[in-house]
Design a protein around this ligand. Structure first.
Ligand SMILES: [Zn+2]
Length: 411
């Protein structure tokens, strides 16, 4: 067989599929057809030289906001995909019932990278920054299920953000409705936690195996550790039962203190996701490769971090044979990375700093066998103003781009 594309000479890291080492990846049309040592360059129409780079499945980001142009949070997916290696996006709750048809027509349909959604139990989705659950009239279970049934190729579950601001006095009722919708549609439920009320225990009581708890390493008062830093019993119970613990770093939801407390006890997140949006994209979250770098400084290997951002989220989405894997037959979504060595500074959302020796940097993103073109970064939405902390990151040269440039020149 003559291949369309051969990615040659790289170090393949695909723990989900069990590939590791100097291997070449062959692509025909939009599928991976072979992963093997020393596939001849002559066998392919086009060859990508991956020498000195890591070759992984395209990253699968389980917590994103990509409903650009119609919601407060949404960013454009493809330009970020091209510079981060994210080839599959799960938009979690930007769309509710009223803007789900538009999400398909204007966002998921035209995009080159793959976009799926969890439907917000609030029919207005995330049009505004918060308060989407403060009017229970918007939490219409019948309507939510009707839209899910019409969009089962696009919508993979239900989303509810449960915290003090989103609910604003409606308490646990929106979560009960989200639970009912997920049960009726037989789909997973993703619940976001942060600052209560409600209390963590009241939220966890509504979660079932296969559901996703996002912002699982939050430093907010709904955090899953107690004052002594131990994993709370009720959190351990749901985690053991099969609830997925997902990072969802974002602009308010990742604490090094929480992460270190849990990882020192041997707990590791199931999924590393970005919660990328109009605020978090300007740091200290920045992008998914930067999140992977943070978990490497916390003790995970690159392979473990890749697994938590490829095979594991793909499995949570029920797409494990299609994406997040280099197994022959899967969609030809591939990411190339370099790992820069040096001294790098990373921050959590409280601006607590840690230093790391490795910075993961994407060099090429391939979706369905085609390279995504790198384009210029887009300006923030008109309603976004960078915080003092975010400006400080730029001034200190602690953005991924600046740290990478410094490592390259050795200065
Ligand atoms: Zn989010």
């Amino acid at each position: 067989m003559r291949f369309d594309l051969l990615i040659k000479g790289g170090e393949v890291v695909d723990p989900g599929a069990g590939y590791r080492g100097k291997l070449d990846v062959a692509i025909k049309r939009n599928r991976i057809v072979a992963v093997d040592a020393d596939i001849p360059a002559e066998s392919a129409f086009r060859v990508v030289d991956a020498g000195g780079q890591y070759v992984t499945p395209g990253l699968v980001d389980l917590h994103t906001h990509v409903w650009y142009g119609a919601t407060y949070w949404g960013i454009h997916a493809d330009p970020v995909a091209a510079r981060t290696g994210v080839t599959t996006w799960l938009d979690v709750g930007s769309a509710g019932a009223y803007n789900c048809p538009g999400f398909r027509e204007f966002i998921a349909g035209p995009a080159t990278s793959r976009i799926y959604a969890l439907l917000n139990i609030s029919s207005i989705g995330l049009t505004a920054p918060t308060f989407e659950l403060s009017n229970l009239d918007y939490c219409d279970v019948d309507l939510c299920c009707r839209l899910i049934d019409r969009n089962r190729d696009l919508v993979l579950g239900v989303k509810a953000r449960i915290d003090r601001n989103t609910t604003r006095g409606t308490g646990i009722a929106p979560l009960q409705r989200a639970r009912e919708a997920a049960d009726r549609c037989e789909m997973p439920l993703m619940v976001h936690i942060g600052w209560g009320p409600p209390a963590l225990a009241d939220v966890l009581r509504h979660m079932r195996p296969g559901d996703i708890l996002t912002h699982c390493f939050t430093g907010g008062d709904m955090r899953i550790i107690d004052r002594q830093g131990r994993l709370r019993d009720e959190a351990k119970r749901v985690w053991d039962s099969g609830v997925i613990m997902d990072i969802g770093h974002g602009a308010g939801s990742f604490s090094f203190d929480t992460a270190e407390a849990l990882m020192n006890q041997g707990y590791r997140p199931d999924v590393i996701s970005s919660d990328i949006h109009q605020l978090s994209i300007h740091g200290p979250m920045f992008d998914l490769p930067t999140c992977l770098s943070k978990f490497m400084l916390l003790g995970m290997s690159f392979a473990e971090a890749v697994h938590a951002a490829t095979a594991r989220p793909a499995q949570v989405m029920g797409l494990q044979d299609e994406v997040g894997t280099l197994k022959p037959g899967a969609l030809a979504d591939v990411a190339l990375f370099r790992i820069e060595r040096g001294a790098f500074t990373f921050y959590d959302i409280h601006m607590n700093a840690r230093s790391g020796k490795e910075l993961v940097r994407n060099t090429l993103t391939i979706v369905g066998g085609r390279d995504l073109p790198v384009t210029a970064d887009e300006p923030p939405a008109p309603w976004i103003e960078l915080s003092e902390d975010q400006q400080a990151l730029v001034e200190r040269g602690h953005t991924p781009a600046a740290q990478h440039a410094k490592a390259r020149c050795g200065c």
